[in-house]
Design a protein around this ligand. Structure first.
Ligand code: SF4
Ligand code: SF4
Length: 308
């Protein structure tokens, strides 16, 4: 009986204040989940309080991504369609609206401090954050899909779906969905010289998204252009991430993905073999040096008056 009434209350909240309901569900999951813990570091949280934003899935910006990300980039409506084709329902779902829910997970400030002290490869804390953080994000995404579906709403986490694809290109990789581009559409930040994404909590973060047929009010995009939060693009100054990279993968021209991969998979391979201490986990050590020890690590470094 109690479960029934909680469910009814949740349904009512989803009907009347869906954005608030979703933001609360995400924040509470991150705050309370045992998966958001660095077990090797006293159980400290992997991520601090998340940021949540919403985009209209039919926003023309997503069409633009087919040009700037890759021609295979899937529109939110296409993703939901593929998902529904895989999981047919007895009743045709209402597809009048399609929305994108985007979440940003800021990395714990102590982890940032530890990585800022490093010069050649990641700290152990950063490495654990990379891989255990990914597990938490997967759990959160599936949790969000599950609670929406329980309430009769269609939802899919694109990067966890079977139709998510990564293409190998001469200049690196491109995928048919991008969490950072979803976050940009949802008003959560802008792109940076080092190919990161600077949010109100900085660029040391991970992000995830869920596409749904729930109608959600799109968040405001509070920036003048897609690079406004990066000091280099906004003022021509900074470039501190260039000096942080141990592989010369960042220059005033931007981020060279192939050089970056050479650092991740070759130069930092000894980190996985104990060169910087024991306990490193995952497929590679993780780096992140250009996200730590820079002015945009934990905040937007651009003053309002500096913006273009
Ligand atoms: S360190 Fe400076 S140039 Fe590099 S991404 Fe951050 S703000 Fe931009
Ligand atoms: S992740 Fe590491 S290797 Fe890649 S650009 Fe940043 S500092 Fe360079």
């Amino acid at each position: 009986m109690k479960t029934f009434s909680i469910h009814k209350r949740a349904e009512a909240l989803l009907d009347t204040q869906p954005e608030h309901f979703i933001e609360h569900a995400i924040t509470e999951f991150v705050r309370t989940s045992p998966a958001n813990r660095l077990d090797s570091f006293g159980g400290e949280p992997i991520f601090e309080k998340p940021l949540v934003g919403f985009a209209d899935g039919d926003d023309p910006l997503f069409h633009e991504y087919k040009r700037v990300v890759h021609e295979s980039y899937l529109l939110p409506r296409e993703i939901l369609g593929l998902h529904l084709d895989e999981k047919p329902r007895s009743q045709a779902p209402d597809l009048e609206s399609v929305s994108v829910i985007s979440c940003v997970f800021p990395i714990n400030r102590e982890t940032l401090k530890a990585n800022a002290r490093e010069k050649e490869g990641p700290s152990l804390r950063w490495n654990h954050t990379r891989w255990k953080g990914q597990d938490l994000i997967k759990e959160l995404s599936l949790h969000l899909v599950s609670i929406l579906e329980t309430m009769g709403v269609c939802a899919v986490a694109p990067e966890l779906s079977p139709f998510f694809k990564i293409h190998l290109l001469p200049a690196g990789f491109a995928s048919n969905w991008s969490e950072r581009h979803a976050a940009y559409a949802a008003g959560l930040g802008t792109f940076s010289l080092n190919d990161g994404f600077i949010t109100a909590k900085g660029l040391a973060m991970r992000c995830a998204s869920v596409v749904t047929n729930l109608k959600l009010k799109p968040s405001v995009r509070p920036y003048a252009n897609h690079q406004a939060n990066c000091l280099f693009y906004a003022t021509g100054k900074c470039g501190q991430c260039i000096n942080r990279c141990p592989g010369g993968a960042i220059s005033e021209k931007g981020h060279d993905k192939l050089k970056c991969f050479a650092v991740l998979f070759e130069k930092q391979k000894p980190w996985m073999e104990g060169a910087h201490g024991q306990g490193y986990i995952g497929k590679y050590a993780g780096c992140g040096l250009c996200q730590s020890g820079v002015p945009c690590s934990r905040r937007i470094p651009v003053k309002e008056g500096d913006r273009q």
